[in-house]
Design a protein around this ligand. Structure first.
Ligand code: 5GP
Length: 206
């Protein structure tokens, strides 16, 4: 008698069977999210998901490393082709996570890191509840406003707009219940260590 092998088909909604781990990092502008994310990528030897965006490239952005800069028409085409895992409109521009690199990384057992906003995180968590969601908070709202001003990137009107969006995002993040971890970025290294430790624990447990 020959035994029959049943195959368990891996799906993106069945992340328990994925050997990799998806880490979502969100937080308001000026909270230090990018610095934290870059260091977490290094410490965990993870892969950073390069988002697609229609926002204009700035001097500090490297095309293909920080973002893939595309036109609105190109972005719409990617939506039509179902190339994006999630996408959102942030400050009037489109941002989206290319699906294929995420699927490939997870299938290969890697840790994939998405630095995305709350709307995107809610969408991803709906389909992939095993993803680890981290929301970074400032030590206080006052500190956040000071940090936004200290970046010297934008004029006061834009800073106020970002600050209001930050306040809204922080309350949506708390109410949404989708984040597994809230990390206060008071001491940078402590914030990084907290995330790295939580992911390692999750990997061991999973
Ligand atoms: P920035 O233009 O300052 O780099 O990013 C603006 C916001 O867009 C940040 O909150 C960032 O996390 C978010 N963001 C970047 N890439 C993506 C993405 O692919 N999807 C979503 N939903 N948000 C993104």
């Amino acid at each position: 008698m020959t035994g029959q092998m049943t195959r368990h088909k891996k799906t993106m909604t069945d992340t328990q069977t994925q050997s990799g781990l998806l880490l979502i990092i969100s937080g308001p502008s000026g909270v230090g999210k990018t610095t934290i994310t870059h260091q977490v990528v290094k410490d965990l030897e993870a892969t950073f998901s390069v988002s697609m965006t229609t926002r204009p490239q700035t001097d500090s952005d490297t095309h293909g490393l920080d973002y893939q800069f595309v036109t609105e028409a190109q972005f719409q085409e990617h939506i039509q082709n179902n190339d994006l895992l999630e996408w959102a409109n942030v400050f009037g521009n489109h941002y989206g996570t290319p699906r294929k690199p995420v699927e490939d990384a997870l299938t290969q057992g890697k840790i994939m890191i998405l630095e995305i906003d709350v709307q995107g995180a809610i969408d991803v968590k709906k389909n992939m509840p095993q993803a680890h969601g981290v929301f970074i908070l400032p030590p206080s709202e006052d500190v956040l406003l000071k940090r936004l001003r200290a970046r010297g990137r934008e004029d006061e009107t834009i800073i106020q707009k970002r600050f209001e969006k930050a306040q809204l995002e922080m309350s949506i993040a708390k109410e949404s219940g989708i984040y597994d971890q809230f990390v206060i970025n008071d001491e940078l290294q402590d914030a990084i260590d907290e995330i790295v430790t939580a992911v390692k624990n999750k990997q061991t447990a999973g």
